[in-house]
Design a protein around this ligand. Structure first.
Ligand SMILES: C[S@@+](CC[C@H](N)C(=O)[O-])C[C@H]1O[C@@H](n2cnc3c(N)ncnc32)[C@H](O)[C@@H]1O
Length: 205
């Protein structure tokens, strides 16, 4: 398990350029308006740091300690003022109504309890605060892609640190009680990738 966690950290670090090509334009479109302090849930190897303004204070909630050296290195490279909390998002202890912005990318697929993580995000946000999300999600029920996702699910989860291919994350975010949710759905160009369907958007408290 520990070895797999380390391997996933290395993989995320190596994939940063690829992820920038896939997601960079969308991220740049919304990250520009972020405040000086951002809470990031499941920050991984720091793939988002390149889009934050230098000097941004990032409170990274990242339970996998194998990610931490990558996070520190990314913070140094990008001029980020980093604090790491080595706890799961489900147990995040930031005070209610205290945070202006939360970012979570490719993380609700992996957490043990996505409803609880989104509820915590909702609680920590101040009124008017924003949760920016980017997630791969389940394909529509009954489609061949959904069949592929279900078929691959067990092995995929084992390989990729608990990642679920078949989560209806859009409904979890929509049901979480945000005042407003702007959500785009998009499918990656290679549409037969099991993680091709995505959601991207901003939820406002
Ligand atoms: C696929 S990676 C995504 C990393 C990064 N957000 C990105 O976009 O590259 C998922 C991350 O979520 C973290 N994670 C797993 N369970 C978590 C939990 N319960 N709470 C917060 N983060 C968690 C993992 O350690 C990993 O760093």
């Amino acid at each position: 398990m520990v070895m797999r966690e380390g391997l996933n950290g290395w993989l995320l670090y190596r994939m940063e350029g690829v992820m920038d090509r896939i997601y960079g334009a969308r991220k740049r479109a919304v990250y520009g308006g972020l405040p000086g302090t951002v809470v990031e849930i499941g920050a991984g190897a720091g793939a988002n740091f390149r889009y934050y303004a230098p000097g941004t204070r990032v409170i990274a909630i990242e339970p996998n300690r194998a990610m931490h050296p990558y996070l520190w290195a990314a913070a140094r490279r990008r001029g980020i003022d980093l604090e790491i909390r080595s706890i799961p998002g489900e147990a995040s202890d930031l005070p209610d109504n205290s945070v202006a912005a939360v970012v979570g990318t490719l993380v609700l697929c992996t957490v043990a309890d996505p409803q609880q993580v989104v509820a915590r995000i909702q609680r920590m946000l101040a009124p008017g605060g924003r949760y920016i999300f980017l997630e791969h999600v389940a394909a529509l029920p009954g489609t061949p892609l959904r069949g592929l996702q279900e078929w691959m699910q067990r092995g995929w989860r084992w390989c990729f640190d608990g990642c679920h291919l078949n989560r209806d994350t859009q409904h979890i975010i929509q049901a979480a009680g945000f005042a407003r949710v702007d959500m785009d759905c998009f499918v990656m160009r290679s549409r037969w990738m099991p993680f091709a369907p995505h959601i991207f958007g901003v939820a406002e408290k």
